[in-house]
Ligand binder design. Structure first.
Ligand code: NAD
Length: 522
């Protein structure tokens, strides 16, 4: 098993995240690193390799070389390795959760839950021998058609900062178990936890070159971030463009998702690129107030609002006064920190600034700030990046906070006259990730679930993540999803494989066995 550099350095909280290539941690050819900052304290906790095209060549070449032997194993053999990996993830879940808290800023229980949820996809991958058996049928008398699922080759997976383990685990176990080699590109903001996980995959028996980590293949990180903010994303990586990379999964912001999807399509590569979100909750007058108020607050403030499934807009049908009071009360009582039930940090200074600007602008535009999270930022200046839960009551649905992704613990509330008005607002969103209706009436639930435009719908559940074996993914053609299929479950199996069809006819007829000389062979 390779020794993870993160392990050596843990005591000093000085992590070095090198690339993980061909079963070894190696420094980047450039010798250059980016600092890693903890959002909890603002302190530098390590450094992450900045890769060059030469490093990428190296990783892709090793993956390509490892592919024939890995894909040549039976799916049962690969699933047996995944079973060992599952056990290692379970055994080290607490340690991994501590790393998630440190590098991402989640509270400890959220971090642990995210590791365990990531391991549920590993569990699903372990059951693939039962699920991808292929099929055989005698399609005409004497002619048999057999279909099997073959791996694609080298899959690159680019992931965001908000779930350092769980999001990589959406793709990696399924891609590996279906016989692909994977090069993971974690967010340069949170590379530590997956660096650790790489050593568990090796310990479980994943051969060198089959799973590799390329930490930050962008020498121009600062430059492209500026471009994204100004909506002019242009640069892309040689990792995605490499001719020996067959397919790419991406999870992150919409501008980059769109960029990656377009580049891959132009090169005839299979691509699935999940983007940002703006999720609407609709509370009907018959909602269970206790259940709804608790769930709404958990949805918008949990993980400091840095979830693509987080509630962002609450549409109150009717006055909704009582429900709003309860939401405000619960949000006001939340505390800051990384303990159970507390609201964790936001990822970095740029994020904190962006979130606060949305609150400032909404207030300047006439929204009422019912719960104000800005004082957390002032109270913690120089000690990490914090924004408290914020509830805005809008009178103008055109406010930016009502329709742009904020990605922080901010809930925009807007009162509507009817369910149809709520649906019209939700349906007009260019995103299409999640939506939820709060009601005690089955018929009302049915009406909304059929008319929401988002792809992942909740009934009295504000974070409606479809768990395994169901597939996770927003609406195709919206800013939440570019590309094909889904990122977990059977949608991911479909993404990671192509269907090989063999049609066979054998001309064995009476007497042919007698004529053939099978002596000594039967
Ligand atoms: P991001 O788009 O800034 O970065 C995502 C990944 O892409 C990172 O690894 C980053 O290094 C890389 N990247 C950034 N710019 C790139 C470029 N020009 N070319 C190639 N790679 C590039 O996103 P983020 O800030 O890390 O994550 C937050 C976003 O992710 C939010 O918009 C959130 O909604 C979204 N997200 C979506 C889902 C989903 O399932 N739809 C899940 C989680 C997060």
């Amino acid at each position: 098993m390779p020794e993870s550099p993160s392990k050596k350095a843990k005591a000093a909280s000085d992590f070095t995240c090198d690339n993980y290539v061909h079963g070894r941690f190696v420094a980047p050819a450039s010798g250059a690193y980016l600092p890693i900052e903890s959002p909890v304290t603002g302190a530098t906790i390590g450094k992450v390799a900045l890769s060059t095209a030469a490093d990428i060549e190296d990783a892709v070449a090793h993956a390509k070389k490892a592919f024939p032997a890995w894909s040549g194993l039976t799916v049962k053999a690969r699933a047996a390795i995944m079973l060992k990996f599952h056990e290692l993830m379970r055994k080290h879940a607490d340690e991994l959760a501590d790393l998630v808290v440190l590098e991402n800023g989640k509270n400890k229980s959220e971090a642990l839950a995210s590791v365990l949820k990531g391991n549920e996809t590993v569990e699903y991958a372990c059951s693939l021998p039962q699920l991808v058996q292929g099929k055989t049928l005698e399609v005409s008398r004497g002619i048999t058609c057999t279909e099997t699922r073959d791996p694609l080759g080298v899959i690159v997976s680019v992931v965001p900062f908000n779930f350092p383990v769980m999001v990589p685990m959406w793709t990696v176990p399924i891609a590996l178990t279906t016989g692909n080699c994977v090069i993971l590109k974690p967010s340069e903001k949170v590379p530590i936890t997956m660096t650790k996980v790489a050593s568990f995959l090796a310990e479980a028996g994943v051969p060198a070159g089959v799973f590799q980590v390329h930490t930050a293949p962008f020498l121009w990180v600062a430059a492209y971030r500026t471009k994204i903010i100004h909506g002019q994303v242009e640069a892309v990586t040689s990792l995605v463009d490499h001719p020996d990379v067959s397919a790419v999964t991406f999870v992150g912001s919409s501008p980059v998702a769109q960029l990656i999807a377009r580049r891959c399509r132009a090169q005839d590569k299979r691509v699935l690129a999940l983007g940002g979100a703006k999720n609407h909750l609709v509370a009907l007058p018959d909602a269970d107030l206790e259940l709804a108020s608790k769930d709404i607050v958990a949805s918008f403030a949990g993980c400091a609002g840095q979830r693509c499934m987080a509630a962002s807009v609450l549409l109150l049908v009717g006055s909704g006064t009582e429900l709003l009071d309860m939401v405000v009360h619960r949000a006001q009582n939340l505390t800051r920190g990384t303990g159970a039930g507390q609201v964790g940090a936001v990822i970095d200074a740029a994020s904190q600034k962006r979130i606060i600007k949305y609150i400032d602008d909404a207030e300047a535009g006439g929204a009422t700030v019912l719960v104000d999270g800005r004082p957390w930022a002032t109270a913690t200046k120089g000690q990490g990046y914090w924004v408290g839960p914020t509830v805005l009551l809008h009178t103008n649905p055109a406010d930016a906070a009502m329709h742009e992704e904020i990605f922080g613990p901010v809930l925009s509330v807007y009162k509507v006259q009817s369910g149809e008005e709520a649906l019209a607002i939700e349906n007009a969103s260019p995103f299409g990730n999640a939506a939820c209706v709060y009601t005690s009436h089955g018929g009302h639930a049915e009406y909304f679930t059929r008319r929401f435009h988002a792809a992942m719908i909740g009934v009295n559940i504000g974070v409606p993540v479809p768990r395994e074996p169901f597939s996770f993914g927003g609406l195709y053609g919206s800013r939440s999803k570019y590309g094909d299929m889904d990122i977990t479950g059977d949608g991911c199996v479909e993404f990671c494989t192509h269907r090989r069809k063999v049609t066979a006819k054998w001309s064995i007829h009476e007497g042919s066995l007698d004529r053939a000389n099978f002596a000594g062979q039967m």
